[in-house]
Ligand binder design. Structure first.
Ligand code: FIX
Ligand code: ZN
Length: 430
């Protein structure tokens, strides 16, 4: 006896068989190009900022923190070593003397696998020779292809001298790389900002008066004209409150929000990082804390004409972020950030987002810093997203509503690029 759903399935290509459904979702998730909405990857023309190859991969701050748990070397001695010696030490401790079980270590194994390198090698000679032999532009194309990344967003800090230099040369940038305008320095350390801006010819005092506001607005306007960012971004500590009585609140209200409004730019907030919890670990020393979601809700409520993207670093903030996004349609949750980018947590967060928001969110960003990390960050994320999504469709099927192949493609495209492109005003699928 042929069921009603099977009859309909034959007519409109419904995926009524759970095994076939799962295989199809995996295929679509594996092959749909993604817009990577937040990375620290730069193209080769950004001298001093473009990171790639085995030594940059192994000295990634995630792996440094893990190495210092598995060796006796002091933090001070570690930082005295050259980059090559640090990479050798990381390799020996995490991949030879121990099994690379952590997510960041497994990521290196996935990269070795992608390039046919031996992850059990006793040293880095083979990997170093391999990466040395590559033509950088061809390699960049190949890595983006292997990761299924069609475009990505850099993190561009106007207060960083190296950036100022590159943008000043007027170089024609690779169109797959978009800029974002990162304002951590401005919102996080007013004293230092005043000094940096003084070195660029702007005279600002300790007070944020009308003169300072107009100088800052002018500074931001000229950077926006130069780098054409897709959005303005800032990372903020767990203590971030809005409204507040501090300098950050004044700068947000008088400088950042009006700038976003005037230029029609979305504002991406990354909340919950505690910088320098262990200063001896330098770039690897940041921690996290649970934030107060009401700050974000107040921003969304007070500024209904602005679009916010938000990601929180604490697992404890994830469910309430979904609930806030249900209340504010000018809020787009994105990614499973940093310490959350582990299979078990990506799976949990993606599930709760699908259950509370349907396909109206951005499931992941890579946060890659070294070019080849794009490969593992996206391969690993895709596995979790495919599993969670196919289970969601399977429940829908059980309830009596199968999906078609076209619907699966539509949903994945929406989550992998459509939601982001629409949010930042890019044409769909260009
Ligand atoms: O603030 C950020 O954008 C963080 O993602 C980084 O600073 C952090 O170091 C990182 O790479 C996390 O993945
Ligand atoms: Zn980041």
């Amino acid at each position: 006896m042929v069921s009603l759903m099977e009859k309909r399935g034959a007519a409109v290509d419904l995926l009524t068989d759970p095994a076939e459904l799962r295989r199809y979702v995996e295929l679509v998730v594996e092959t749909t190009p993604v817009s990577d909405v937040h990375t620290h990857v730069f193209p080769p023309e950004f001298e001093g900022l473009f990171s790639h190859g085995i030594d940059d991969l192994l000295t990634y701050h995630y792996l440094i923190a893990e190495t210092l748990r598995s060796t006796d070397i002091s933090h001070a001695r570690f930082w005295e070593l050259s980059k090559t010696a640090r990479a050798d030490l990381v390799w020996r401790s995490l991949f030879v003397e121990n099994t690379p079980l952590s997510e960041a270590a497994r990521g290196i194994v996935s990269i070795f696998d992608a390039f046919g390198l031996d992850p059990r090698s006793p040293d880095l000679a083979e990997a170093r020779n391999y990466f040395k032999s590559l033509n950088l532009n061809d390699h960049l194309d190949r890595v983006l292809e292997m990761s299924g990344v069609s475009e990505l967003v850099m993190t561009n800090d106007p207060f960083d001298e190296r950036e100022a230099h590159v943008w000043g040369t007027g170089a024609n940038l690779d169109s797959r790389f978009h800029a974002s305008f990162r304002l951590d320095a401005l919102l996080g350390d007013w004293g230092e900002t005043v000094e940096i801006l003084a070195s660029r010819g702007l005279s600002l005092g300790p007070m944020i008066d009308d003169g300072a506001v107009s100088e800052l607005r002018h500074f931001l306007d000229s950077w926006i004209a130069r780098i054409k960012p897709l959005y303005i971004a800032a990372s903020l500590p767990p203590e971030f409150r809005y409204p507040d009585t501090n300098v950050c609140d004044q700068l947000l209200r008088q400088v950042v929000l009006p700038t976003a409004r005037e230029h029609g730019l979305a504002l991406a907030l990354m909340i919950g990082v505690r910088r320098g919890v262990n200063p001896a670990l330098k770039s690897a020393g940041d921690g996290m804390g649970k934030a107060d979601i009401r700050a974000l809700e107040n921003l969304c409520a007070e500024n209904p004409d602005l679009r916010f993207m938000a990601t929180f670093l604490s697992r404890e903030n994830q469910h309430e972020l979904c609930v806030s996004a249900r209340k504010f349609n000018n809020l787009m949750p994105f990614g499973c950030w940093w310490f959350l980018n582990n299979p078990s947590i990506v799976s949990e967060i993606t599930n709760e987002r699908l259950e509370l928001l349907g396909p109206s969110f951005i499931p992941q960003h890579s946060d890659a810093r070294v070019l080849e990390q794009l490969i593992y960050k996206w391969r690993h994320a895709r596995v979790q997203i495919a599993t969670v999504l196919s289970e969601t469709y399977a429940r829908l099927l059980q309830s009596g509503r199968a999906v078609t192949r076209d619907e699966v493609v539509r949903d994945v495209q929406r989550m992998f690029s459509g939601n982001f492109r629409a949010w930042v005003g890019l044409s769909p699928g260009a």
